[in-house]
Design a protein around this ligand. Sequence first.
Ligand SMILES: Cc1cc2nc3c(=O)[nH]c(=O)nc-3n(C[C@H](O)[C@H](O)[C@H](O)COP(=O)(O)OP(=O)(O)OC[C@H]3O[C@@H](n4cnc5c(N)ncnc54)[C@H](O)[C@@H]3O)c2cc1C
Length: 422
Amino acid sequence: MNRALDSHDRDAPIFAPDAFRLNDAQAELIGKARQFGRRVLAPRAAQHDREATFPIENFRDMHPEGLLAICVPKEDGGLGADFQTYCIAAAELGRFCGATALSWNMHVCSTLWSGALADDLPMSAEDRAAHNERRRAHYKRIIEQGAIYAQPFSEGGAAAAGTVAFGTEARPVEGGFVVSGKKIFASLSGAADYYGILCTERAESEAASRRNTLYLAVPASAQGVSVVGDWDPLGMRGTVSRTLLLKDVFVPEQEMLMPHGVYFQAATRWPHMFLTLSPTYMGLAQAAYDFTVAYLRGEMPGTPPVKRRMFPTKQIAVAEMHITLEQTKALWFQAISEARPNPTKEQVLRAYAAQHTVMENANAIAAKALRTCGGQAMLKSLALERIYRDSRCGSLMLPWTAEICVDRIGREALYEPGEKDK
Ligand SMILES: Cc1cc2nc3c(=O)[nH]c(=O)nc-3n(C[C@H](O)[C@H](O)[C@H](O)COP(=O)(O)OP(=O)(O)OC[C@H]3O[C@@H](n4cnc5c(N)ncnc54)[C@H](O)[C@@H]3O)c2cc1C
C-alpha cells in the first residue's frame, strides 16, 4: 500500500472506538477483524467472486485467530463477543469480502443464538442444564477442530418469512429425530461441517405449528444429506448457496442447538436476532464510499494516479454519499446497541428501519459510486463492481427483506398487538 493511502487512513475503523464509546476489549476485537479482513480476505475476494467458489481457506485461517469462536462464551473457550461487538466486527469483514462476511454470519449465529441469546430466554432448569451441555459440545468442535456451521432456513415458501411452520420436518424417534425436507439458498453448501436447520418437530398425528420449530445441527456427513443444483448468481457468489436436500436423515438429540420451543421464543422475544444479516452490508456501504474517495484522489491501487476530485459534481456526489453513509451508520449503531430481550415497540420499529436502511443504502451508495467514478471504475480488475453486485443482495434476505420491513413498520406503527378494524 502506498504512503498516500496510509496518510489518508482509508481503512480507518468504520466506528471509531472513541467516537462511538467502544471499550478497549471491543476495540481490540473489532480491530483484529479489520486487520484480518484487509490482510487475508481482500486479496482472495475477486477470485472467489469470479469463480463462484467458497472461500474455505478464509475459514481455515479464521480458526487459529479465534474468529470462528467470536461469540462462543468465554467460559467455553471462545472470545465471548456480545451482539454489538460481533455486528461491528462483521461489518469490518464485509468491507473486504462480502461473501465471506455473510457466510461467517451464518456460522457465528449458530453460536450467538445458542449462546448469549439463549441465556436471555426463559427455560426450565432442566432444559438449561441440558442445553448448556449440548452447546459445549458444538463449541468444542468449533474451537478444537475448526468446525463450520451453516444456517439454511429458507425453503422457497412462506416459512422463512415467519408466517407458517417450516416444511422441513423432524419426526421424534428413539435417541433423536428423522429429518426430511429441502432448504434453498444454503450458504456454505458443500463446505459446512454442520447445517443448522430450522424444522418443525412433529409426531405422526400432530398438526404442524411454528411453536414447535426446532433448531438442529445436521452433520454434513450424515446419510441422506445432499447438495444439489448450480450456483451462478448476480452477487455474493462466494457464498455458494445451493440447495440442501434432507431425506430421512437421523439426527441425534444432542445435535439440538436450542431446546424444544426455544427458537419460537427467541424469534418473538429477541427480534434483533434477525438484524445479524445487516453487518455485512454496513461494511459494503463503507467500502463503496472508501473506494470513491481513494479513486477520486487518484490513490486507488491498480489505476493511474489521476485525480478527479477537483470537479464540483464529484464533490457534491461524495458529499451526498457521505451524508447517506453517516445516516446509515448512526441508525444502525443505535439499533445494534439496543438489541436485547423483550425490546420496546419503538426499538423493534427502529430495528426494522435500520435493516431497511442498511440494505437499501449499501446498494444506493455503490450505485452512486459507480456513476461518480466513471467507466474505468467498473472494470472487474477493481472491487467496486463486485461491491455493487454484492450490495444488491441485501434487500432480498429473509426474514427481514426491505419489503417486509416496510410492511411491518406500517402495520405495527398503526396497530397495537391484537387490534383489528371493525
Ligand atoms: C446471497 C444469498 C445468500 C443466502 N443465504 C441464505 C442462507 O444461508 N440461509 C437461508 O436460510 N437463506 C439464505 N438466503 C435466502 C434468502 O434469505 C431468501 O430466502 C431468498 O432470497 C428468498 O428468495 P425467494 O425468491 O424464494 O423469496 P420469496 O419467498 O419468493 O419472496 C420474494 C419477496 O417477496 C416478499 N415476501 C415474501 N414473503 C412475504 C410476506 N410474508 N410478507 C410480505 N412480503 C413477503 C419479500 O420481500 C421477498 O423478498 C440467501 C439469499 C441470498 C441472496
